[in-house]
Design a protein around this ligand. Structure first.
Ligand code: NAP
Length: 495
């Protein structure tokens, strides 16, 4: 199988990793790291080493900033229509090669092929959407209230951007930043997660083929993300940091960026409540819960982390969810039959296990799953817990795995208070047939995004992001995503 041809070979042994193992992508060239070191890439389904990518040094990071700086003027002056056409070509190529790219994601991330296909469709859509945005970046013109002058506001590219992404959506988290940055006229350096670099490099090759000029997108992997990022942020030519990852690392990066007063966009952790009222359509709520909980085997920032179910529907919902979770097909990511793949690392499995044991010790009851599987691969079985108390650690931390903790509630005010009892505020889900109640509860939940009678809210056309410690800024949406990469320039003029 080969990404450039888009051919998908059913025989996994035929997979050719070589194109993605031979270099950092800097200034349109593939090169080893300056000290020759590499990072091994592991298939979480088998624990086998499947590739090695260069481990960038501070000197490599400096070279990437040089490349982005060299390309900046040319890209910024490229007509928006031309930038738009290149972005559209990225969408077309990603769509043509969706199957091969999805396979690569499943291989290095472990997510089920069907989830990987969904991710590629979502990731590609950021290019189509931002191809449309690129030609609609407009300014403002008006009369000053004093009448003395006109006010002109011009929106200009913010400058060189450092983009840092996590492993859970190796394609989409990168394209959600790269596409609007390029639409705005910025050049970028992407540092993907060390666990999933192959998708980022495969996409870099695709951008080049789509016509993205050398230096406009640079990609580097490193095992020293702290020092490498600090060095890039200390370069006065870098003006933007866009980060997706954990709240803990986000806090560190905000502090590092503060030293140089760099604009930050932060897409951080979540602790989404999934609320089911008595009057909900039970089947629809179960369908939604399976999507909200099990997309990516629970390894999503928007994953339902706490399920609050009203007393009247609680038992039926708990039984229905347990039946569905227990019936899921757990297996290797690349097996087309798999519905729940492995977790990303052994550490992630151990964390889930610790959270489940803590909840059980505090009184939660296991409905299904609840124990680490034996054998190779980082597997944790789909698990449902009921009677999870408010002091369970998992009620306050991201589980990031296939565990659904259910808690019973009685009334609306109580569940709103419970839902808001967290430092996070990324996503929330509400199921009710009473639209007025749904809208009332949605307005009171402290969250950047709400899905009302839906299990999925992500859409490139809608502003994605969190409140509280879930982040700063928005990605996607009408103007929001591109605005993160623009700076307003005000010109006062007397005519
Ligand atoms: P993470 O540990 O915070 O890592 C994210 C990225 O930051 C990786 O590329 C990582 O590199 C890098 N990194 C780690 N330490 C760093 C440092 N000191 N300086 C600069 N960069 C550093 O998060 P993760 O475990 O990969 O991803 C899961 C988290 O992401 C969850 O909390 C999830 O909720 C969040 N997330 C949020 C959104 C959203 O849109 N809000 C979307 C997806 C995921 P290495 O891989 O080399 O360590």
């Amino acid at each position: 199988m080969n990404i450039s041809s888009g051919q998908f070979d059913e025989d996994q042994d035929m997979f050719d990793y070589a194109p993605f193992s031979h270099g950092l992508y800097i200034d349109g060239h593939w090169r080893p790291s300056s000290d020759g070191r590499v990072i091994e890439v592991i298939d979480p389904s088998t624990e086998a080493v499947i590739a090695a990518v260069p481990d960038a040094t501070l000197a490599d990071a400096a070279a990437a900033v040089d490349a982005a700086a060299k390309a900046a003027a040319g890209w910024r002056e490229t007509p928006p229509r031309k930038r738009s056409e290149i972005l559209r070509r990225c969408f077309d190529l990603m769509s043509e090669r969706a199957e091969a790219l999805a396979f690569l994601i499943s291989l290095e991330n472990g997510k089920a092929l069907r989830d990987a296909r969904g991710e590629i469709a979502y990731a590609a859509e950021f290019f189509r959407w931002n191809a449309e945005e690129a030609v609609r970046i407009s300014g403002e013109f008006g009369l000053a209230p004093s009448g003395a002058n006109r006010i002109i506001v011009d929106y200009q590219p913010i400058g060189i951007c450092v983009l840092i992404t996590p492993w859970n959506f190796p394609a989409a988290m990168a394209t959600r930043k790269i596409a609007p940055a390029l639409a705005a006229g910025c050049t970028v350096i992407l540092k993907p997660a060390s666990e999933t670099p192959l998708t980022a490099y495969a996409l870099a090759a695709l951008y080049e083929e789509a016509g993205v000029p050398p230096g406009v997108v640079n990609v580097l992997t490193t095992s020293k993300p702290g020092p490498v990022t600090a060095a890039m942020l200390a370069d006065p030519r870098v003006r933007k940091l866009s980060f997706t990852g954990s709240t803990g690392i986000g806090r560190l990066l905000l502090a590092a960026a503060a030293k140089h007063v760099i604009s930050c966009s932060m897409e951080l952790g979540g602790n989404a409540p999934f609320i089911v009222f008595d009057d909900a359509d039970l089947e629809a709520a179960l369908d939604g819960a399976m999507v909200a909980k099990m997309r990516n085997a629970g390894e999503a920032c928007t994953a339902a982390n706490r399920l609050y179910v009203q007393a009247g529907i609680h038992d039926a919902f708990t039984e229905g969810l347990s039946n569905r979770m227990a019936a899921l097909n757990v297996g290797t990511g690349t097996d087309p039959q798999t519905e729940c793949g492995p977790m990303i690392t052994r550490k992630a499995v151990d964390k889930i296990d610790r959270l489940v044991k803590d909840a059980v010790a505090r009184g939660a009851k296991i409905q299904c799953g609840g124990a680490i599987a034996d054998g190779k691969g980082y597997f944790y079985p789909p698990t449902v817990l009921r009677d999870v108390p408010a002091d369970a650690v998992m009620a306050h931390e991201e589980i990031f795995g296939p565990v659904a903790p259910i808690t019973r509630f009685d009334d609306e005010a109580e569940v709103i208070a419970k839902a808001n009892d967290t430092e996070y505020g990324l996503a929330a889900y509400i199921y009710t047939r009473d639209l007025a109640r749904g809208m009332r509860v949605a307005s009171k939940i402290e969250s950047g995004m709400i899905a009302l009678n839906r299990g999925l809210m992500s859409d490139p056309a809608a502003p994605f992001g969190g409140v509280k410690q879930s982040g700063l800024g928005r990605e996607g949406g009408q103007k929001h995503g591109v605005a993160e990469f623009l700076e307003a320039k005000y010109i006062a003029v007397t005519i």
